[in-house]
Design a protein around this ligand. Structure first.
Ligand SMILES: [Zn+2]
Length: 728
């Protein structure tokens, strides 16, 4: 695990700091191991010992940073920031340990100057760098540099008495001790003249040499500390001291100005280094990886390829394609062509990665390769940028040349065809419109599903078992989800809604047909009335409107029902009726509603007539034959039959033949009454069914003719069909 750790320094203790400061080791980079003990304001880590089940949190208050390579390993590897840590005043400041490799960090219980502490030991080869002030700024104390210079003027020194003079000297010395410019200069000087170097910065040349080659002599000087005056100093010495002081003050100012120039220049250098993308090893690797990811999806590359593919496919652009290719192959910049594939550059990236085990290493060879990789990466990025721009220019140019205007599928605006922003084979003017288009589709899907559910809910017939959608529309919700543009979606929705409506209409028509059929069955019964007639007529109209063939079929069914019920066959029909029957039965042509109705009425009427006529003729025959013979049992059966006929729910029969049937009944009854005594006659009469008037008249007639009549046998001559009818 590697990362940067930000720490805030609370206190610094070093082992024998004073001795080290004085030693030659400090300046010359002696071999050896040196620990800097930093007391850290806040720092926490978790720690798990081998015999523990779970890690526990452990506050660390001190960190040891191993600032040099281990004893004897390498000479002169003092970390550049050792000096700022001890030389300037870093208490309360933040610093960052860059690219820390935690695997190499040790947590130890340590006795340190008589105290027992939990201590993190961070070896030099476990991190890349130590950086103050957020890490992305150079080591600056810019605010304090601007403190104003407030030494007295010449006049003031001239007029000063001894006491005043000594006060000025005291202020001078204090100023010197605390002067931020002097401190900052020392800070830089000590950093850059140490044997190690800030190698990321001195990329092109060694910044370390700056102090030897460029810095003015005066900037290297230190202000001279003036002497104080004693009470017994004579006037000569006093005026000499005053002259010195004036000279020193003047020199101080000159030195400060010169040092400021150095500081300013170095600040600029550090800023520039960062601004130019000066990177630590870790930052470098991260950026290389990031570039690999980004470049793979380079939009100009994609557009470029799309454009040339488009030219290839479309005949319109054959000529343009040649120009496009020629221009892309031209080396517009030194060595750069627009048609260079970004993938070729990406393959170079992997060579520029600094290996993990090289990151914390500082030997000269490793440093050289790192420097080279960082430089190459910079150049590669520049190259990529140039190719990118070339591609972009060419794309823009050729997109314009075509002058092909497209209409945005979403906002309907006209725009130059750019080969981008295509989704679902639709063209959009912008990415926003693509997204809006997608959102629109999503909304449209929700709306479609809503509409369809509504259509299904609205009609009760959709719940019936007979309601079945076309296979194309079954699992319709799933199919809608799969739709990827609104046109096909609305097409699907429309067709599905039509299917639902058609299926409902069919079921509705079927209901009407059944109702028509049932109502027709009531025709000729007592329950048939004008409202049923109206319902029949309205059904006919509606069925004909939706399904003229269906109406024909329903009428055919009604007629066939009637025929079966009336025991009438096709052969029984007269010519006119046969023709009508054949027309409704076999004609493939559409028959008008009124013609269908006429046919139905004609046939029903004639079937009824046929049935009634046949019945009447049978009854007459039977009655006549019955009266001829003296068979009381048969006569009574006939009487019963006639009575039942009169009771039948057959309004057509009763209306047309009621009187005749009654007459027949009267005849049979008269005949029977002659044979019976009055009591038996009365006993056998169906009291409930015969009116009093009929009885009285019947009785009188019976009495009048009873004596003159001979006994006759009654013969039942009704055939089976009529007996059947009677029972119904
Ligand atoms: Zn648009």
């Amino acid at each position: 695990m590697t990362e940067s750790v930000r720490l805030k320094i609370k206190q610094i203790k070093t082992i024998g700091f004073e001795e080290i400061k004085e030693s030659k080791w400090f300046r010359k980079g002696q071999e050896g191991k040196f620990f800097l003990k930093l007391s850290i304001e806040e720092y926490k880590t978790t720690w798990q010992d081998e015999d523990e089940d779970e890690p526990h949190e452990r506050g660390i208050h001190q960190i040891l940073i191993d600032l040099v390579y281990k004893e004897g390993e390498k000479k002169g590897q003092v970390d550049v920031l050792y000096e700022p840590l001890v030389a300037s005043n870093p208490i309360g400041k933040e610093f960052i340990i860059q690219d820390l490799n935690w695997d190499k960090v040790l947590l130890e219980e340590s006795w340190w100057i008589g105290e027992k502490n939990d201590v993190l030991i961070i070896p030099r080869d476990s991190y890349h760098n130590l950086i103050f002030n957020q890490g992305d700024e150079p080591l600056l104390e810019t605010n304090s540099i601007k403190k104003k210079w407030d030494f007295p003027k010449e006049e003031e020194v001239n007029n000063a008495n001894k006491e005043k003079y000594n006060e000025i000297v005291k202020n001078y010395r204090e100023k010197m001790d605390n002067d931020p410019v002097l401190k900052q200069y020392t800070f830089y000087y000590e950093n850059l003249t140490s044997n190690s170097s800030y190698y990321e910065i001195n990329d092109e040349h060694k910044l370390n040499d700056y102090f030897n080659s460029e810095v003015e002599e005066i900037a290297k000087q230190k202000p001279i500390t003036p002497a104080t005056l004693k009470d017994d100093d004579d006037d000569d010495l006093v005026s000499r001291r005053k002259e010195e002081l004036k000279k020193y003050i003047k020199q101080y100012g000159e030195i400060i100005i010169a040092k400021r120039k150095v500081i300013k220049k170095l600040n600029q250098h550090f800023y520039k280094w960062r601004a130019e993308g000066g990177l630590t090893d870790r930052e470098h690797n991260n950026e290389v990886n990031e570039c690999e990811k980004l470049w793979k999806e380079d939009p100009n590359e994609l557009r470029f390829n799309e454009l040339i593919n488009n030219f290839e496919k479309d005949e319109k652009f054959v000529n343009i394609k040649k120009n496009f290719e020629d221009e892309s192959a031209q080396e517009k910049d030194v060595g750069i062509r627009a048609d260079i594939k970004i993938s070729e550059i990406i393959s170079e990236l992997s060579l520029l990665i600094i290996k993990e085990d090289e990151i914390p290493r500082y030997d000269e060879d490793v440093r050289e390769t790192k420097r080279k990789k960082k430089n190459d990466f910079k150049k590669l990025k520049e190259r990529k940028e140039k190719i990118f721009n070339l591609k972009k220019n060419i794309i823009d140019k050729y997109s314009q040349i075509k002058e092909q205007k497209e209409r945005c599928w979403h906002c309907n605006k006209e725009y130059y065809y750019t080969l981008t922003n295509i989704w679902n084979k639709r063209n959009f003017c912008s990415v926003e419109c693509v997204n809006l288009g997608k959102a629109k589709l999503k909304e449209a899907k929700i709306e479609s599903i809503k509409n369809i559910k509504k259509a299904l809910r609205e009609n009760f017939l959709t719940n019936s078992n007979d309601f079945k959608l076309d296979p194309a529309y079954q699992s319709w919700e799933e199919k809608i989800e799969k739709c990827n543009d609104t046109t096909s979606l609305s097409f699907f929705e429309l067709n599905l809604l039509t299917d639902i409506r058609e299926k409902i209409a069919v079921l509705e028509t079927n209901l009407l047909k059944t109702s028509l059929e049932n109502n027709e069955k009531l025709r000729g019964t007592k329950s048939f009335n004008s409202s049923i007639e109206n319902s029949i007529n309205s059904s006919i109209k509606q069925i004909f409107l939706k399904d003229p063939q269906g109406l024909k079929e329903t009428f055919l069914k009604v007629i066939k029902n009637k025929m079966a019920e009336s025991r009438v066959t096709e052969e029984d029909l007269a010519n006119k009726e046969i023709k009508a029957f054949k027309e409704i039965k076999t004609s493939k042509k559409n028959i008008s509603e009124s013609r269908l109705k006429n046919i139905k009425e004609l046939l029903i009427k004639s079937i009824d007539n046929m049935r009634i006529n046949r019945l009447m003729s049978n009854l007459k025959t039977e009655t006549n034959s019955s009266l001829k013979y003296d068979d009381k049992k048969k006569k009574e059966a006939l009487r019963k039959k006639l009575q039942l006929l009169l009771e039948r729910d057959d309004t057509i029969l009763i209306k047309e033949q009621g009187v005749k049937i009654r007459n027949l009944l009267d005849k049979v009854e008269n005949d029977l009454s002659r044979e019976n005594d009055s009591s038996s006659l009365f006993r056998n009469l169906p009291w409930g069914k015969i009116s009093l008037a009929t009885l009285i008249i019947g009785g009188i007639i019976t009495i009048a003719i009873v004596a003159t009549r001979k006994r006759r046998e009654l013969v039942i001559s009704l055939d089976d069909s009529d007996s059947q009818n009677l029972k119904n």
